[in-house]
Design a protein around this ligand. Structure first.
Ligand SMILES: Cc1ncc(C[n+]2csc(CCOP(=O)(O)OP(=O)(O)O)c2C)c(N)n1
Ligand SMILES: [Mg+2]
Length: 434
Protein backbone atom coordinates (compact mmCIF):
# COMPACT_ATOMS: atom_id res chain seq x y z
CA UNK A 1 0.00 0.00 0.00
CA UNK A 2 1.18 3.61 -0.15
CA UNK A 3 4.04 3.96 2.28
CA UNK A 4 4.80 7.42 3.48
CA UNK A 5 8.54 7.41 3.87
CA UNK A 6 9.20 10.76 5.46
CA UNK A 7 6.89 12.99 7.38
CA UNK A 8 6.76 16.64 6.60
CA UNK A 9 7.00 19.11 9.41
CA UNK A 10 3.54 20.21 8.33
CA UNK A 11 2.23 16.67 8.21
CA UNK A 12 -0.86 16.99 10.36
CA UNK A 13 -3.97 17.64 8.34
CA UNK A 14 -5.06 20.87 9.99
CA UNK A 15 -1.79 22.73 9.61
CA UNK A 16 -0.82 21.57 6.16
CA UNK A 17 0.00 24.10 3.46
CA UNK A 18 -1.32 23.91 -0.05
CA UNK A 19 1.18 22.93 -2.69
CA UNK A 20 3.06 25.93 -3.98
CA UNK A 21 1.69 28.20 -1.27
CA UNK A 22 4.64 27.83 1.05
CA UNK A 23 6.29 31.05 2.13
CA UNK A 24 9.31 29.08 3.28
CA UNK A 25 12.21 27.81 1.26
CA UNK A 26 12.01 24.07 1.13
CA UNK A 27 14.63 22.07 2.93
CA UNK A 28 15.39 18.38 2.76
CA UNK A 29 13.04 17.73 5.66
CA UNK A 30 10.13 19.26 3.75
CA UNK A 31 10.38 16.60 1.08
CA UNK A 32 7.85 13.87 1.30
CA UNK A 33 8.35 10.78 -0.79
CA UNK A 34 5.91 7.96 -1.32
CA UNK A 35 6.21 4.53 -2.76
CA UNK A 36 3.71 2.19 -4.33
CA UNK A 37 4.06 -1.53 -3.64
CA UNK A 38 4.42 -3.55 -6.81
CA UNK A 39 4.07 -7.32 -6.55
CA UNK A 40 4.92 -8.06 -10.18
CA UNK A 41 7.78 -10.38 -10.96
CA UNK A 42 8.54 -8.53 -14.18
CA UNK A 43 8.27 -4.91 -15.27
CA UNK A 44 7.71 -4.81 -19.03
CA UNK A 45 9.38 -1.77 -20.55
CA UNK A 46 7.37 -1.57 -23.76
CA UNK A 47 6.21 1.75 -25.04
CA UNK A 48 3.98 2.75 -27.93
CA UNK A 49 4.36 5.84 -30.09
CA UNK A 50 2.93 7.25 -33.24
CA UNK A 51 4.93 7.02 -36.46
CA UNK A 52 4.16 8.29 -39.93
CA UNK A 53 4.38 5.86 -42.83
CA UNK A 54 3.82 6.43 -46.52
CA UNK A 55 1.96 4.05 -48.77
CA UNK A 56 2.91 3.37 -52.41
CA UNK A 57 1.36 6.54 -53.78
CA UNK A 58 3.03 8.67 -51.13
CA UNK A 59 -0.03 9.19 -48.91
CA UNK A 60 0.94 9.52 -45.24
CA UNK A 61 -0.67 7.34 -42.58
CA UNK A 62 -0.30 7.36 -38.83
CA UNK A 63 0.45 4.04 -37.25
CA UNK A 64 1.59 2.91 -33.83
CA UNK A 65 4.90 1.24 -33.21
CA UNK A 66 6.16 -0.47 -30.09
CA UNK A 67 9.65 -0.39 -28.62
CA UNK A 68 11.21 -2.24 -25.69
CA UNK A 69 12.40 -5.75 -24.84
CA UNK A 70 9.86 -7.88 -26.65
CA UNK A 71 11.77 -11.09 -26.01
CA UNK A 72 11.82 -10.87 -22.19
CA UNK A 73 11.17 -14.24 -20.53
CA UNK A 74 7.73 -14.94 -19.07
CA UNK A 75 7.81 -14.59 -15.28
CA UNK A 76 6.58 -17.31 -12.95
CA UNK A 77 3.29 -17.06 -11.02
CA UNK A 78 3.84 -15.61 -7.56
CA UNK A 79 2.68 -17.97 -4.79
CA UNK A 80 -0.42 -16.63 -3.05
CA UNK A 81 -0.22 -15.65 0.61
CA UNK A 82 -3.76 -16.90 1.11
CA UNK A 83 -5.05 -19.30 -1.55
CA UNK A 84 -5.21 -23.05 -0.94
CA UNK A 85 -4.67 -25.61 -3.68
CA UNK A 86 -8.44 -26.12 -3.96
CA UNK A 87 -9.13 -22.41 -4.22
CA UNK A 88 -6.49 -21.98 -6.95
CA UNK A 89 -8.10 -24.78 -8.95
CA UNK A 90 -11.53 -23.21 -8.48
CA UNK A 91 -10.32 -19.83 -9.75
CA UNK A 92 -8.64 -21.56 -12.71
CA UNK A 93 -11.96 -23.25 -13.51
CA UNK A 94 -13.79 -19.92 -13.44
CA UNK A 95 -11.18 -18.42 -15.76
CA UNK A 96 -11.68 -21.30 -18.19
CA UNK A 97 -15.47 -20.87 -17.99
CA UNK A 98 -15.00 -17.15 -18.65
CA UNK A 99 -12.93 -17.82 -21.76
CA UNK A 100 -15.04 -20.63 -23.16
CA UNK A 101 -18.21 -18.61 -22.59
CA UNK A 102 -16.72 -15.75 -24.62
CA UNK A 103 -15.63 -18.10 -27.41
CA UNK A 104 -19.24 -19.34 -27.39
CA UNK A 105 -20.49 -15.76 -27.60
CA UNK A 106 -18.24 -15.04 -30.56
CA UNK A 107 -19.66 -18.07 -32.36
CA UNK A 108 -23.23 -17.04 -31.54
CA UNK A 109 -22.46 -13.63 -32.98
CA UNK A 110 -21.05 -15.14 -36.16
CA UNK A 111 -24.19 -17.26 -36.46
CA UNK A 112 -26.26 -14.07 -36.43
CA UNK A 113 -27.88 -14.94 -33.09
CA UNK A 114 -26.63 -11.92 -31.14
CA UNK A 115 -28.57 -8.65 -31.16
CA UNK A 116 -25.88 -5.94 -31.17
CA UNK A 117 -22.20 -6.37 -30.30
CA UNK A 118 -20.14 -8.57 -28.00
CA UNK A 119 -17.44 -7.53 -25.55
CA UNK A 120 -14.55 -9.71 -24.52
CA UNK A 121 -12.20 -9.93 -21.55
CA UNK A 122 -9.60 -12.02 -23.38
CA UNK A 123 -6.32 -11.79 -21.46
CA UNK A 124 -8.08 -10.29 -18.45
CA UNK A 125 -9.70 -13.41 -17.00
CA UNK A 126 -7.39 -13.49 -13.96
CA UNK A 127 -8.26 -9.88 -13.16
CA UNK A 128 -12.02 -10.47 -13.39
CA UNK A 129 -12.26 -13.86 -11.71
CA UNK A 130 -9.64 -13.73 -8.96
CA UNK A 131 -10.78 -10.27 -7.81
CA UNK A 132 -14.45 -11.30 -7.54
CA UNK A 133 -13.35 -14.50 -5.81
CA UNK A 134 -11.85 -12.38 -3.01
CA UNK A 135 -15.25 -10.99 -1.99
CA UNK A 136 -17.30 -12.39 0.87
CA UNK A 137 -20.92 -13.33 0.23
CA UNK A 138 -22.31 -10.11 1.69
CA UNK A 139 -19.98 -7.85 -0.29
CA UNK A 140 -21.15 -6.05 -3.43
CA UNK A 141 -19.78 -5.66 -6.91
CA UNK A 142 -20.50 -3.92 -10.20
CA UNK A 143 -18.90 -5.28 -13.38
CA UNK A 144 -17.72 -3.40 -16.44
CA UNK A 145 -17.72 -4.85 -19.95
CA UNK A 146 -14.59 -6.95 -19.48
CA UNK A 147 -15.73 -8.54 -16.21
CA UNK A 148 -18.13 -11.20 -17.48
CA UNK A 149 -16.01 -13.71 -15.56
CA UNK A 150 -16.83 -11.97 -12.28
CA UNK A 151 -20.51 -12.76 -12.83
CA UNK A 152 -19.73 -16.46 -13.09
CA UNK A 153 -17.78 -16.31 -9.82
CA UNK A 154 -20.72 -14.59 -8.11
CA UNK A 155 -23.25 -17.21 -9.15
CA UNK A 156 -24.62 -16.09 -12.50
CA UNK A 157 -24.83 -18.71 -15.23
CA UNK A 158 -23.15 -18.44 -18.61
CA UNK A 159 -26.64 -18.74 -20.13
CA UNK A 160 -27.66 -15.51 -18.36
CA UNK A 161 -24.98 -13.58 -20.25
CA UNK A 162 -25.60 -15.47 -23.49
CA UNK A 163 -29.36 -14.87 -23.36
CA UNK A 164 -28.78 -11.23 -22.54
CA UNK A 165 -26.66 -10.75 -25.67
CA UNK A 166 -29.36 -12.51 -27.70
CA UNK A 167 -32.11 -10.41 -26.04
CA UNK A 168 -34.05 -13.56 -25.16
CA UNK A 169 -37.23 -13.69 -23.09
CA UNK A 170 -35.51 -15.59 -20.26
CA UNK A 171 -32.55 -13.20 -20.09
CA UNK A 172 -32.07 -11.17 -16.90
CA UNK A 173 -33.71 -8.13 -18.53
CA UNK A 174 -36.25 -10.28 -20.43
CA UNK A 175 -34.97 -9.07 -23.78
CA UNK A 176 -34.84 -5.38 -22.96
CA UNK A 177 -31.08 -4.97 -23.40
CA UNK A 178 -28.63 -6.52 -25.83
CA UNK A 179 -25.47 -6.31 -23.73
CA UNK A 180 -24.63 -6.52 -20.08
CA UNK A 181 -26.87 -4.01 -18.36
CA UNK A 182 -28.39 -6.09 -15.63
CA UNK A 183 -27.91 -6.38 -11.91
CA UNK A 184 -29.24 -8.30 -8.95
CA UNK A 185 -29.66 -6.30 -5.78
CA UNK A 186 -31.60 -9.03 -4.02
CA UNK A 187 -29.49 -12.16 -4.02
CA UNK A 188 -26.12 -11.63 -5.62
CA UNK A 189 -25.42 -8.05 -4.59
CA UNK A 190 -24.62 -6.88 -8.08
CA UNK A 191 -25.15 -3.34 -9.29
CA UNK A 192 -25.85 -3.20 -13.02
CA UNK A 193 -23.00 -1.88 -15.19
CA UNK A 194 -23.26 1.78 -16.16
CA UNK A 195 -21.95 2.66 -19.60
CA UNK A 196 -20.80 6.16 -18.68
CA UNK A 197 -17.23 5.42 -17.70
CA UNK A 198 -16.48 6.04 -14.03
CA UNK A 199 -20.08 6.44 -12.91
CA UNK A 200 -20.07 3.13 -11.09
CA UNK A 201 -17.42 4.42 -8.70
CA UNK A 202 -19.60 6.92 -6.79
CA UNK A 203 -22.47 4.43 -6.94
CA UNK A 204 -20.36 1.74 -5.29
CA UNK A 205 -19.08 4.26 -2.77
CA UNK A 206 -22.74 4.98 -2.06
CA UNK A 207 -23.51 1.29 -1.61
CA UNK A 208 -20.73 1.09 0.98
CA UNK A 209 -22.11 4.19 2.69
CA UNK A 210 -25.62 2.69 2.66
CA UNK A 211 -24.36 -0.47 4.34
CA UNK A 212 -22.42 1.59 6.88
CA UNK A 213 -25.59 3.50 7.76
CA UNK A 214 -27.18 0.09 8.35
CA UNK A 215 -24.41 -0.74 10.78
CA UNK A 216 -22.13 -2.73 8.51
CA UNK A 217 -18.78 -2.22 6.78
CA UNK A 218 -18.80 -4.08 3.48
CA UNK A 219 -16.44 -4.19 0.51
CA UNK A 220 -17.76 -2.88 -2.81
CA UNK A 221 -15.75 -3.97 -5.83
CA UNK A 222 -15.68 -2.38 -9.23
CA UNK A 223 -13.30 -1.97 -12.14
CA UNK A 224 -12.33 0.94 -14.37
CA UNK A 225 -10.18 1.00 -17.49
CA UNK A 226 -7.01 2.99 -18.09
CA UNK A 227 -9.12 5.22 -20.33
CA UNK A 228 -12.15 5.46 -18.06
CA UNK A 229 -10.06 6.48 -15.08
CA UNK A 230 -9.45 9.86 -16.74
CA UNK A 231 -13.09 10.91 -16.26
CA UNK A 232 -14.02 13.50 -13.66
CA UNK A 233 -16.55 11.27 -11.93
CA UNK A 234 -13.78 8.75 -11.22
CA UNK A 235 -12.01 11.39 -9.14
CA UNK A 236 -15.21 12.40 -7.38
CA UNK A 237 -16.20 8.83 -6.54
CA UNK A 238 -12.81 7.83 -5.17
CA UNK A 239 -12.39 11.07 -3.26
CA UNK A 240 -15.79 10.59 -1.63
CA UNK A 241 -14.90 7.03 -0.61
CA UNK A 242 -11.53 8.24 0.70
CA UNK A 243 -12.99 11.03 2.81
CA UNK A 244 -15.77 8.82 4.19
CA UNK A 245 -13.44 5.80 4.59
CA UNK A 246 -15.79 3.61 2.58
CA UNK A 247 -14.85 0.09 1.55
CA UNK A 248 -14.49 0.69 -2.19
CA UNK A 249 -12.13 -1.78 -3.86
CA UNK A 250 -11.23 -0.28 -7.22
CA UNK A 251 -9.39 -2.29 -9.83
CA UNK A 252 -7.82 -0.17 -12.53
CA UNK A 253 -7.71 -2.45 -15.55
CA UNK A 254 -4.50 -1.14 -17.03
CA UNK A 255 -4.79 -2.95 -20.34
CA UNK A 256 -2.74 -0.50 -22.44
CA UNK A 257 -5.56 0.58 -24.79
CA UNK A 258 -8.76 2.59 -24.60
CA UNK A 259 -10.43 1.95 -27.92
CA UNK A 260 -7.54 2.87 -30.25
CA UNK A 261 -5.79 5.21 -27.79
CA UNK A 262 -2.62 3.75 -26.26
CA UNK A 263 -2.08 4.43 -22.57
CA UNK A 264 0.92 6.66 -23.46
CA UNK A 265 -1.62 9.12 -24.90
CA UNK A 266 -4.04 8.77 -22.01
CA UNK A 267 -2.05 9.78 -18.92
CA UNK A 268 1.38 11.12 -17.93
CA UNK A 269 2.06 9.32 -14.65
CA UNK A 270 4.24 6.25 -14.94
CA UNK A 271 1.77 3.98 -13.18
CA UNK A 272 -1.89 4.70 -12.58
CA UNK A 273 -1.61 3.39 -9.01
CA UNK A 274 0.38 6.57 -8.29
CA UNK A 275 -2.92 8.41 -8.41
CA UNK A 276 -3.82 6.76 -5.09
CA UNK A 277 -1.31 9.14 -3.46
CA UNK A 278 -3.35 12.08 -4.69
CA UNK A 279 -6.50 10.61 -3.19
CA UNK A 280 -4.76 9.80 0.10
CA UNK A 281 -5.55 6.09 -0.14
CA UNK A 282 -3.46 2.93 -0.52
CA UNK A 283 -2.50 1.95 -4.05
CA UNK A 284 -0.81 -1.19 -5.27
CA UNK A 285 0.36 -2.59 -8.61
CA UNK A 286 -0.17 -6.22 -9.55
CA UNK A 287 0.42 -8.36 -12.60
CA UNK A 288 -3.12 -8.64 -13.96
CA UNK A 289 -2.26 -11.88 -15.70
CA UNK A 290 -1.31 -13.58 -12.42
CA UNK A 291 -4.42 -14.80 -10.58
CA UNK A 292 -2.55 -15.18 -7.27
CA UNK A 293 -1.32 -11.58 -7.24
CA UNK A 294 -4.77 -10.30 -8.21
CA UNK A 295 -6.42 -12.34 -5.46
CA UNK A 296 -3.98 -11.37 -2.72
CA UNK A 297 -4.25 -7.64 -3.40
CA UNK A 298 -8.04 -7.88 -3.65
CA UNK A 299 -8.30 -9.88 -0.44
CA UNK A 300 -6.14 -7.37 1.48
CA UNK A 301 -8.35 -4.56 0.16
CA UNK A 302 -11.55 -6.44 1.07
CA UNK A 303 -10.30 -6.99 4.61
CA UNK A 304 -9.39 -3.30 4.94
CA UNK A 305 -12.89 -2.49 3.79
CA UNK A 306 -14.42 -4.82 6.37
CA UNK A 307 -12.34 -3.14 9.08
CA UNK A 308 -13.79 0.22 8.02
CA UNK A 309 -10.40 1.56 6.93
CA UNK A 310 -11.50 2.88 3.55
CA UNK A 311 -10.87 2.35 -0.16
CA UNK A 312 -7.97 0.76 -2.03
CA UNK A 313 -6.87 1.23 -5.61
CA UNK A 314 -5.32 -1.78 -7.32
CA UNK A 315 -3.71 -1.33 -10.70
CA UNK A 316 -3.72 -4.58 -12.67
CA UNK A 317 -1.25 -4.46 -15.57
CA UNK A 318 -2.16 -6.57 -18.57
CA UNK A 319 -3.23 -6.22 -22.19
CA UNK A 320 -6.59 -6.11 -23.92
CA UNK A 321 -6.09 -9.06 -26.26
CA UNK A 322 -8.88 -8.25 -28.70
CA UNK A 323 -10.36 -5.09 -30.13
CA UNK A 324 -12.68 -2.90 -28.12
CA UNK A 325 -15.62 -5.13 -29.08
CA UNK A 326 -16.36 -7.62 -31.80
CA UNK A 327 -16.63 -4.93 -34.49
CA UNK A 328 -13.03 -3.81 -33.88
CA UNK A 329 -10.24 -5.90 -35.43
CA UNK A 330 -7.62 -3.90 -33.47
CA UNK A 331 -5.52 -3.44 -36.61
CA UNK A 332 -3.96 -0.36 -34.96
CA UNK A 333 -2.25 -2.50 -32.27
CA UNK A 334 1.34 -3.38 -33.27
CA UNK A 335 1.43 -7.14 -33.75
CA UNK A 336 4.61 -7.68 -31.68
CA UNK A 337 2.67 -6.34 -28.69
CA UNK A 338 0.03 -9.02 -29.07
CA UNK A 339 2.80 -11.62 -29.40
CA UNK A 340 4.48 -10.39 -26.22
CA UNK A 341 1.30 -10.54 -24.15
CA UNK A 342 0.08 -13.78 -25.70
CA UNK A 343 3.02 -15.45 -24.00
CA UNK A 344 1.63 -14.04 -20.74
CA UNK A 345 -1.80 -15.54 -21.25
CA UNK A 346 -3.33 -15.72 -17.73
CA UNK A 347 -4.91 -19.13 -18.29
CA UNK A 348 -1.87 -20.76 -19.90
CA UNK A 349 0.35 -19.43 -17.11
CA UNK A 350 -1.98 -20.61 -14.37
CA UNK A 351 -2.32 -24.00 -16.01
CA UNK A 352 1.45 -24.33 -16.16
CA UNK A 353 1.65 -23.33 -12.47
CA UNK A 354 -0.99 -25.84 -11.35
CA UNK A 355 0.08 -28.75 -13.54
CA UNK A 356 3.84 -28.42 -13.97
CA UNK A 357 5.09 -26.33 -11.06
CA UNK A 358 2.86 -27.18 -8.13
CA UNK A 359 1.64 -30.50 -9.50
CA UNK A 360 -1.74 -29.76 -7.93
CA UNK A 361 -3.45 -31.10 -11.05
CA UNK A 362 -2.29 -34.11 -13.06
CA UNK A 363 -2.37 -33.84 -16.85
CA UNK A 364 -5.40 -36.16 -16.79
CA UNK A 365 -7.26 -34.14 -14.14
CA UNK A 366 -6.58 -30.98 -16.08
CA UNK A 367 -7.94 -32.52 -19.29
CA UNK A 368 -11.05 -33.68 -17.38
CA UNK A 369 -11.57 -30.24 -15.91
CA UNK A 370 -11.31 -28.67 -19.36
CA UNK A 371 -13.77 -31.06 -20.93
CA UNK A 372 -16.16 -30.53 -18.02
CA UNK A 373 -16.00 -26.78 -18.66
CA UNK A 374 -16.67 -27.40 -22.38
CA UNK A 375 -19.66 -29.57 -21.47
CA UNK A 376 -21.07 -26.92 -19.10
CA UNK A 377 -20.72 -24.17 -21.70
CA UNK A 378 -22.31 -26.30 -24.39
CA UNK A 379 -25.29 -27.03 -22.09
CA UNK A 380 -25.58 -23.32 -21.22
CA UNK A 381 -25.49 -22.45 -24.90
CA UNK A 382 -28.34 -24.87 -25.57
CA UNK A 383 -30.45 -23.26 -22.84
CA UNK A 384 -29.74 -19.80 -24.24
CA UNK A 385 -30.40 -20.69 -27.87
CA UNK A 386 -33.65 -22.48 -27.00
CA UNK A 387 -35.03 -19.60 -24.99
CA UNK A 388 -37.73 -17.80 -27.00
CA UNK A 389 -37.63 -14.19 -28.09
CA UNK A 390 -39.87 -11.97 -25.96
CA UNK A 391 -43.43 -11.44 -27.12
CA UNK A 392 -44.17 -7.94 -28.45
CA UNK A 393 -46.83 -7.43 -25.73
CA UNK A 394 -44.26 -8.04 -22.98
CA UNK A 395 -42.46 -4.81 -23.97
CA UNK A 396 -44.90 -2.70 -21.99
CA UNK A 397 -44.36 -4.60 -18.73
CA UNK A 398 -41.75 -3.80 -16.11
CA UNK A 399 -41.48 -0.16 -17.08
CA UNK A 400 -43.09 1.50 -14.10
CA UNK A 401 -42.83 0.36 -10.52
CA UNK A 402 -46.28 -0.87 -9.52
CA UNK A 403 -47.40 -1.88 -6.04
CA UNK A 404 -43.93 -1.54 -4.59
CA UNK A 405 -42.44 -4.19 -6.91
CA UNK A 406 -39.01 -2.59 -6.70
CA UNK A 407 -39.11 -1.53 -3.12
CA UNK A 408 -35.57 -1.45 -1.72
CA UNK A 409 -35.54 -2.48 1.89
CA UNK A 410 -32.58 -2.12 4.25
CA UNK A 411 -30.53 -5.29 3.96
CA UNK A 412 -28.41 -5.29 7.05
CA UNK A 413 -30.42 -3.33 9.64
CA UNK A 414 -32.32 -0.12 10.07
CA UNK A 415 -30.23 2.91 9.02
CA UNK A 416 -28.61 4.47 12.04
CA UNK A 417 -29.21 8.20 11.91
CA UNK A 418 -28.62 10.70 14.63
CA UNK A 419 -31.82 11.89 16.19
CA UNK A 420 -32.35 15.58 15.60
CA UNK A 421 -34.71 17.94 17.35
CA UNK A 422 -37.31 17.43 14.66
CA UNK A 423 -37.62 21.21 14.33
CA UNK A 424 -36.27 21.75 10.85
CA UNK A 425 -36.17 25.41 9.99
CA UNK A 426 -37.05 25.81 6.35
CA UNK A 427 -35.35 29.18 6.13
CA UNK A 428 -31.97 27.90 7.30
CA UNK A 429 -30.31 27.54 3.90
CA UNK A 430 -31.52 30.89 2.70
CA UNK A 431 -30.28 32.59 5.86
CA UNK A 432 -26.94 30.92 5.42
CA UNK A 433 -26.62 32.16 1.86
CA UNK A 434 -27.15 35.72 2.92
C1 LIG B 1 -17.84 9.03 -20.02
C2 LIG B 1 -17.67 8.18 -21.24
N1 LIG B 1 -16.90 8.60 -22.25
C3 LIG B 1 -16.73 7.84 -23.35
C4 LIG B 1 -17.36 6.63 -23.46
C5 LIG B 1 -17.20 5.77 -24.70
N2 LIG B 1 -16.30 4.64 -24.40
C6 LIG B 1 -16.80 3.44 -24.05
S1 LIG B 1 -15.59 2.34 -23.71
C7 LIG B 1 -14.38 3.46 -24.09
C8 LIG B 1 -12.93 3.10 -24.00
C9 LIG B 1 -12.63 2.61 -22.63
O1 LIG B 1 -11.29 2.31 -22.49
P1 LIG B 1 -10.76 1.81 -21.10
O2 LIG B 1 -11.38 2.61 -20.00
O3 LIG B 1 -9.29 1.77 -21.15
O4 LIG B 1 -11.38 0.35 -20.97
P2 LIG B 1 -11.08 -0.93 -21.88
O5 LIG B 1 -12.04 -0.87 -23.02
O6 LIG B 1 -9.67 -0.87 -22.30
O7 LIG B 1 -11.36 -2.09 -20.98
C10 LIG B 1 -14.93 4.69 -24.44
C11 LIG B 1 -14.16 5.88 -24.81
C12 LIG B 1 -18.18 6.23 -22.37
N3 LIG B 1 -18.80 5.05 -22.38
N4 LIG B 1 -18.30 6.99 -21.27
MG1 LIG C 1 -8.08 0.12 -21.44
Amino acid sequence: MVIKKKNSKHGANGSRRRNGASQFKSTATDLRTYSIPDTRLEHPDLSVRQAIEKDKDGTEHVRYEVTGDLSAPVPPIRDSKYLSKQQCIEIYRYMLLNRKMEIGLENLYKQGKVVGGVYFGLGQEACSCASAYALDKDDWFAPMIRNQGALLVRGFRASDTMMQYMAKADSPTKGRDGTSHFGDIEKRNMVSPISMLGDLIPVLSGVALGARLQGRNIATLTWIGDGGQSTGVTYEGINFAAVQQLGLVLFVESNLWAYSTPSEMQYRVKDLAERAIGYGIPGIIVDGTDACQVYDAARDAVERAHRGEGPTMIEAKMMRMKGHAIHDAAAYVPKPMFDFWKKRDPIARFENYLVKEKKWLTVKENAELMSDVERVIEAEREIAVNSPMPTPESAEGGIFCEDGCHEIKPKYGMPKVKKGTGNYKETEAAVHLK
